[in-house]
Design a protein around this ligand. Structure first.
Ligand SMILES: Cc1cc2nc3c(=O)[nH]c(=O)nc-3n(C[C@H](O)[C@H](O)[C@H](O)COP(=O)(O)OP(=O)(O)OC[C@H]3O[C@@H](n4cnc5c(N)ncnc54)[C@H](O)[C@@H]3O)c2cc1C
Length: 337
């Protein structure tokens, strides 16, 4: 479901990767989505298949079994995943978030131990920050780690963790209990800044997902309203329909231009927290607004789960909540003004 717009950062190589991803998702994922939704997890075999065709952890260097790509490869895969799949496959967390933490903050030994299996899909990654009593207020987390010889013993309760049911490797955010000598352990005191440093990438991926869903909603609704007849003519011929879709298409284009700006900035290492927060809140907000308009144009069918637009509408709502609620995004922006 492509639009007529081609992002300036797109290259032949990235386009080829997108084609591979789209064909793979259409062939291997689309027929399984109802089953995955019912059982509430994605089969492990699918992760391994995705690994075999090179769709996991594209930023992992060759020395750790990866293809040595960059964020643009990750975005290309995220876009196709978002276009074809529905909710449930936590690859964006696995490949786009957890991988980056290990690459940036893991030791060489940890990289060698975990990354090859993550690229293969035999190890599934998750990140656990949220607790029942601490979501938006990350600093309020009660989870603790206690040093015991060469190990840390973790005592924490986490909730809402994507891939939580199937994960083999979980990055757990906790506070260090009684750090004796923080200077002697570079991991003590370094955790919170690491969480904050990684936020722009996580938020960018959510924003990319929002833009793809917005574009897809407009395309689906255009096709539907051109086919659906009301009062003896296509619904699209009603002036209100045309104006609503003109507005939605304009929002989708503005959203695309903004996210492209952020993608390029991030590829150059220049996406700051403020801009990533702007992208996250505004693009997920646009996604929800456009989907609301589109559902209205589908009439009663827009409420029926059998129609993709109904499922897209329901799934869109969480985009304004996770990855940092949109109110928190506005706090981050306001503080930086
Ligand atoms: C499907 C899903 C997947 C998720 N995946 C993960 C994951 O993989 N790992 C992980 O760690 N977490 C994950 N989360 C958790 C998610 O990041 C949190 O739900 C989110 O940060 C909000 O925290 P909360 O739910 O505790 O809401 P609360 O912190 O209780 O906030 C509730 C609402 O209060 C408002 N609010 C809060 N603080 C402020 C403020 N300062 N100013 C104004 N308004 C405010 C906002 O509207 C907010 O939405 C996931 C959540 C969902 C639903």
């Amino acid at each position: 479901m492509a639009t007529d717009y081609v992002s300036e950062w797109m290259t032949d190589e990235l386009q080829a990767l997108r084609d591979v991803a789209r064909q793979f998702f259409e062939r291997e994922a689309a027929p399984q989505m109802a089953k995955w939704s019912e059982q509430r997890y994605v089969d492990r075999e699918f992760w391994v298949k995705a690994g075999r065709v090179g769709l996991l952890c594209p930023t992992v260097p060759e020395e750790y079994g990866g293809p040595g790509g960059n964020i643009l490869h990750q975005v290309a895969i995220t876009e196709e995943q978002s276009r074809v799949l529905e909710k449930g496959w936590g690859n964006n967390v696995h490949s786009g978030v957890v991988t980056d933490y290990i690459l940036k903050y893991g030791s060489q030994e940890q990289c060698a131990r975990w990354l090859p299996s993550m690229v293969e899909g035999t190890v599934i990654g998750a990140i656990a920050m949220t607790e029942p009593g601490a979501g938006s207020d990350v600093r309020a987390m009660a989870g603790r780690a206690r040093r015991d010889g060469d190990e840390y013993v973790i005592d924490a309760t986490k909730t809402f963790i994507t891939n939580g049911q199937t994960a083999d490797l979980i990055i757990v955010a906790v506070k260090l209990e009684n750090p004796q000598n923080p200077a002697a352990d570079p991991r003590a005191g370094a955790g919170f800044p690491a969480l904050m440093n990684q936020m722009p990438q996580e938020r960018l991926i959510l924003a990319v997902n929002a833009v793809v869903q917005t574009e897809k909603a407009v395309q689906l609704t255009l096709a539907y309203t051109k086919e659906r007849k009301v009062f003896g003519k296509p619904l699209y011929d009603q002036q209100n329909t045309r104006f609503v879709l003109a507005e939605c298409a304009t929002l989708a284009r503005a959203a695309r231009l903004f996210v492209d700006h952020c993608i390029v900035a991030h590829a150059r290492g220049r996406l700051d927290n403020k801009t990533a927060a702007m992208a996250k809140w505004w693009l997920t907000d646009v996604q929800c607004k456009v989907l609301d308009e589109c559902v209205q144009l589908f009439g009663g069918y827009g409420y029926m789960e059998e129609y993709p637009i109904a499922r897209m509408y329901a799934d869109a709502r969480v985009q304004k909540i996770y990855g940092g609620a949109n109110e928190i995004m506005k706090e981050i922006i306001a503080r930086a003004l």
